[in-house]
Design a protein around this ligand. Structure first.
Ligand SMILES: Nc1ncnc2c1ncn2[C@@H]1O[C@H](COP(=O)(O)OP(=O)(O)OP(=O)(O)O)[C@@H](O)[C@H]1O
Length: 247
């Protein structure tokens, strides 16, 4: 089967710092990929290149068979590559429900001062998505009132309104209390499975990686240093030394 994401010989440097070092990478539909790596290894930069926020110096990115190298983030999202951020990008002064309506309006191109937001999407779709991420009870509260874990869930729910084939999540559990991380991941993974969305998440917590990923890729200095099952990658001596800090 054709990969959903494929990069070929992708390179980028910031000055003397090589952040993408000839990266050949493939992700397949149905995988749950966890990306691990020390701060500064290039994990977010790679995501930024794949999602159109950065242009590579050389190399190609394909999404679902289309060459998306150098395309704008907006066009790439419309092809079905969704993204959520380390710091959720919410409309904080709006209610939870309105955030989803705004996201849906972006999908349909109906976002304007003259069109009521609710016209962009059926009430049923909003209700279903809120239910999926466990935010139905908070629909009428401002997004600013949500604790961090629920902000992450709302960010993902907004991405789901765009009907993605793949969702890339940059550190979905960061800023969330350790006792709440597993609950958050359970909800996220259930929602993505139900919508049949392939997932790729950056994560520092080894317990989360082991429990929720089907595949792990370890980034070291702009390269994929190890790639395989969680058991294989977490047992790799270089990963243990340079990513996990075990001696
Ligand atoms: N726009 C930029 N201009 C210059 N340097 C940058 C830019 N963006 C990132 N960098 C640098 O590139 C390197 C890789 O950063 P990146 O954010 O991709 O790492 P990361 O693996 O995602 O780290 P973290 O886990 O801290 O998010 C870092 O040294 C960072 O300071």
């Amino acid at each position: 089967m054709e990969p959903i994401v494929q990069t070929r010989d992708l390179c980028l440097s910031f000055g003397a710092v090589v952040v993408a070092d000839h990266i050949d990478f493939e992700l397949h539909t149905g995988e749950r990929l966890a990306v691990i790596g020390q701060n500064g290894a290039g994990k977010t930069t790679f995501i930024n290149i794949c999602t159109g926020f950065l242009r590579p110096a050389s190399g190609k990115v394909f999404f679902d068979g289309t060459d998306v190298t150098g395309m704008t983030p907006r066009r790439i999202v419309r092809l079905g590559l969704g993204r959520s951020f380390q710091l959720p990008q919410l409309f904080l002064e709006h209610t939870v429900r309105q955030c989803l309506e705004i996201a849906a309006a972006g999908r349909s191109g109906k976002l304007s001062f003259f069109t009521p937001l609710a016209d962009a999407v059926s009430a049923h779709e909003i209700e279903h998505t809120l239910e999926l991420v466990g935010l139905r009870d908070r629909a009428h509260e401002p997004a600013s009132s949500l604790p961090e874990g629920q902000r992450k869930l709302l960010d993902v729910a907004m991405a789901l309104m765009l009907d993605p084939k793949l969702l890339i999540m940059d550190e979905p559990t960061s800023g969330v209390a350790s006792e709440d991380k597993h609950g958050l991941m359970e909800t996220l993974m259930r929602a993505l499975d139900e919508r049949k969305v392939t997932s790729w998440f950056v994560e520092h917590d080894v317990d989360i990686v082991t429990r929720y990923a089907t595949r792990v890729a370890a980034w070291i200095a702009g390269k994929v240093a190890a790639d395989g099952t969680p058991a294989e990658v977490l047992a790799n001596p270089q990963v243990k030394r340079e990513v996990l800090g075990e001696f």
